[in-house]
Design a protein around this ligand. Structure first.
Ligand SMILES: *Cc1c(COP(=O)(O)O)cnc(C)c1O
Length: 395
């Protein structure tokens, strides 16, 4: 496959990552250049100014989710935050039940972390979702009949965009005295999130899904008396109250703070705008292509997500031909593998239909023209692929 970039390129893969907002880069620039101090240096202004910048960013991140700044721990991204939450809580409460409850549609970060914990003798229950990707609450309640330490759920799904009913999940978890961890990598800054309503005990966040830099994220850990305790995964210089030691990534964290401040301001209008562009894309695809179906829920969905199955078309073949439209099939993390997406399978899709699905992720700078172009290109390629008559037939 040639790596040459075609002239026109439409980026519709904002669940994989987002471009840096120029305002975020502006905020970071001083800390990539002359403000190079180590935030732990307490003996001179270089360190003081870096520390000030970190604390400003901490307040900005906290504000977006209605947390206290002291409840925010900076990490390298949502993968690390999820690991720190799950492994850290399990290790901090050795006398509580050695059992977690999660769902079948989690991101690889959570699933792989759970697999690792299972090897260490922790029991993990995976609760099913309905055909739209929402957690079946009766099943969650049943799973919680056995004493459990922690419930972990993905808020906005990275493949199908389904949003979970956090109110109901938090109520069930807390009735049974369980902690609730939420993977908010996709939902942060896209839909309202308030860690006090419902009460969330731990929340994982990532900067690069929100027009911030890669390699930066945070874990919210509920404070108060008693707050949530964790045991760190790393040991070192005592940064972040010793819970995540290591020299702080000052430019990255400043960028994350700026990204959160922007999101707080633009979220309502941006969400409305993206949802209407997304609905327009779905309309165009339906007009131009027969035998397609929507995956997920139209009611409880990230405003920038669309996931569509094109019957009789191999998603991978479609992607190969769509060199000028950046989309993905399944999740970026598992592409390269030929397993059908575990999320689409969990909705009840056959392996074949799961393999014929494309994920669209719209973003801050997506235009109407780009949507029209993408829809037309997809219609063209689907028609071509179907005309080859692979003999699979359309149901
Ligand atoms: C991207 C993503 C992650 C991992 O975040 P990183 O910051 O890239 O480590 C975890 N969960 C979900 C839902 C994601 O979309």
């Amino acid at each position: 496959m040639s790596l040459q970039t075609p002239e026109k390129l439409v980026y519709l893969d904002h669940h994989a990552t987002t471009p840096l907002d120029p305002r975020v880069l502006d905020a970071m620039m001083p800390y990539l250049t002359h403000e190079f101090g180590n935030a732990s240096s307490s003996t001179h202004p270089f360190g003081w100014r870096a520390k000030e910048a970190i604390e400003r960013a901490r307040a900005q991140v906290a504000e977006l989710v209605n947390a206290q700044p002291k409840e925010i721990i900076f990490t390298s991204g949502a993968t690390e935050s999820i690991n720190l939450a799950l492994q850290g809580i399990v290790r901090a409460y050795p006398d509580r039940p050695r059992r977690l409850v999660t769902t079948t549609i989690e991101h690889r970060a959570t699933l792989d972390c759970c697999k690792h914990l299972e090897k260490d003798g922790i029991e993990v229950a995976y609760v099913k979702v309905d055909s739209t990707g929402r957690v079946v609450l009766d099943e969650l309640q049943q799973a919680l009949e056995k004493p459990t330490l922690l419930v972990s759920v993905i808020h906005g799904n990275n493949e199908i965009g389904t949003l979970q009913d956090l109110d109901a999940i938090a109520t069930l978890a807390h009735e049974r005295n369980c902690f609730l961890h939420v993977d908010a990598a996709q939902s942060l800054g896209k839909v309202p999130l308030n860690v006090r309503d419902p009460q969330i005990d731990a929340l994982s966040m990532s900067a690069h899904k929100l027009y911030g830099p890669k390699g930066t994220g945070a874990l919210f850990l509920r404070g108060g008396a008693p707050g949530v305790r964790i045991r760190p995964l790393l040991f070192g210089g005592g940064q972040e109250r010793g819970l995540r030691p290591g020299t702080l990534n000052v430019p990255g964290i400043v960028g994350f703070g700026a990204a959160c401040a922007i999101a707080k301001e633009v979220m309502p209008s941006e969400a409305r705008h993206l949802a209407s562009l997304r609905d327009y894309l779905w309309e165009l695809l339906q007009q131009q292509i027969p035998h397609i179906r929507l995956n997920g829920s139209m009611e409880y969905r990230l405003p920038n997500n669309l996931n569509v199955s094109f019957e009789g078309v191999e998603g991978e073949s479609l992607l190969t031909r769509l060199r000028d439209v950046a989309v993905s099939s399944g999740s970026a993390c598992s592409s390269g593998s030929h397993e059908a997406s575990h999320v689409l399978r969990a909705l009840g899709l056959s392996p074949r239909l799961a393999h014929s699905s494309i994920r669209f992720g719209l973003g801050r700078w997506t235009t109407r023209e780009e949507i029209e172009y993408a829809a037309a290109r997809i219609a063209e390629e689907v028609k071509q692929l179907r005309s080859f008559g692979t003999g699979e037939g359309l149901s």
